[in-house]
Each structure stands twice: as structure tokens, then as C-alpha cells.
Design a protein around this ligand. Sequence first.
Ligand code: ADP
Length: 294
Amino acid sequence: MSAFAIPLTVVGSINADITATTERLPGPGETVGGGTLKRSPGGKGANTAAAAARLGARTRMIGAVGTDPSGAEMVAALRTAGVTVDSIAEVDAETGTALITVDAHGENTIAVCEGANAHVSIDGHDFADDTVLTQLEIPMTVVTALARTVRGFFVVNAAPALPLPAEVVDRADLIIVNESEYAALPQLRSARSVAVTAGAKGSALFARGERIAHAPARSVTPVSTVGAGDAFCAALTIALRAGISAEAALSTANAVGAFAVTDPGARPSFPTLDHFLREADALHAGNGDEKDSK
Ligand code: ADP
């Protein structure tokens, strides 16, 4: 079995993304015609779980969907990605939905209806020594409950940026944010271990505000950055739990993030993490052999 087949539980949001692409974004009170519609699975939690399963972790998702057809679709999409879905609750609410409009230049607006995600609960779930990864599109009370309950490696992707209870910051073995979230959350300067992503500038690891490792991004032409952060979180967590050094883990997660930005969707069909680790090793060895990469 691969060293990356770690038991991982993702506790987080599950959304149906409904995207209208129009020439320009409608202003307040305005109707813009000529759009094309796309439905796709989304939500930070579900995107992270799907990426983790594709990368090779034994991934279970704890979350909630409604009893509507959209809920069944979202669960089916996770199952297809290889995620264990038995711990996803069906609740009496609409499945979480993001209504997205995108214009011809890629500019967007997003209205999120959290629906069933407001009902996510960890009551009755056993985490044993699982690595647990969560994000902030579910109630903060659940994140706090995780901080109190999880015995294994506990990772918080502090996105969207919201102030974290001190006990969550103290308990988290790893907090992952992007540059703007890091700037918005000064409390992270005192956290034990914070990974900060910086788009085309790569990523770094900070311990109590001091940078202890860094890895440059891959040079790629981005097609869509949606889901890159979620995939990065899955990859970094798995790599660190597999015992890979901080720099190599950041580099491997950057390769996964680069793969994600060259894919138009939020749920790319990643190869397993071994592939990205070999690619990162090759780069590190200085031969720059990236011919297998996307
Ligand atoms: P978020 O989507 O959460 O804001 P980032 O944009 O920082 O997160 O992207 C996460 C990771 O994905 C980055 O650390 C990097 O490794 C990779 N990535 C994102 N954008 C690019 C890009 N333009 N070129 C190469 N890699 C990228």
C-alpha cells in the first residue's frame, strides 16, 4: 500500500455550484441574457475530500446535504472520486448552493446559500487516530468541537477568513491559509505551524510567525484557479503525514496546485501523490524534468 494511503477525515461543506457565464455581469436590478449554464460539484470541504481521495488517501467525508436531487448528485460525485460517503447526513434543508456568474473576462460574483452545511454535526462520529482536515464553510461550533475531540493530526484551512477561537489555534497541528487570509488573521502569527499559499509565488511554512520553509510554484499558464487551494490543502496534509520533509511537502503540494489551475474545473482527476512527489524530486535534483507534468 502506498505511504500516502493515510486515513483522512474531511469535515466540511458540500455545495452544488451553478454557474452562469454571460458577456458581462448583471448590475443591481439588471437582467443580462445570452448566458450558458453549468452545474458542477463544489464546496471547499467536498473539493478537498475529492482531491485527497484521488491523491491516494483513504478519505471519509463528514458533511450534510439536503433531501433534494442536488444532494444525491453531490454525494454521487464524491463517491465517484473515491470518498467514503457513509458519514454524510441527509438533513431537512436545501443542499448548499453557490450561484456564480462569470463574465467574458473571468470576473465573477458568487452568492452562497449554505443550506444543509449549517447542519453539519460531528455528534456520534469516532475519529480514532485519523488525520482530520476542516475548513470554515461550516459552523465554527463544529470546528471548536473538533479541536476538543480529535486525537490525531488536526488541520484547519482557515478559509473563508474568519477569526478562529484561541483553542482552535492552539490545538491545530497545521493551519493553511492563502496570503490574504494570513494578512486578515493576525492571530496566526502565534500559531505553531501555518502554511501560506501565494498563488504563482508558491507556498511557505511559518512557525510562530517565522518562515521555516518555502517552495516556489510551478510555472504554468492558469486556466481556472477554483479549487487550487482546496487541492493544495489535501496534498500538503497527506505529504506531511506520510513523513515527507516540510520543503518537499510544500513543493509536492505546489505541483498539485499547479495541476489544479491548469484544469478548468474545481475537481480535477489528479494522479496519485507519488506522481507529484517524483516530479518534485526531479525538480529538486535540478534536472527540471517536468515532461510528465500537466
Ligand atoms: P487560493 O486559491 O486558496 O487563494 P492560491 O491561489 O494561493 O490559493 O493557490 C494555491 C496553490 O496553488 C499555490 O500555493 C500554488 O502552489 C498553486 N497555484 C495557484 N496559482 C498558481 C499559478 N498561477 N501558477 C502556479 N501555481 C499556482
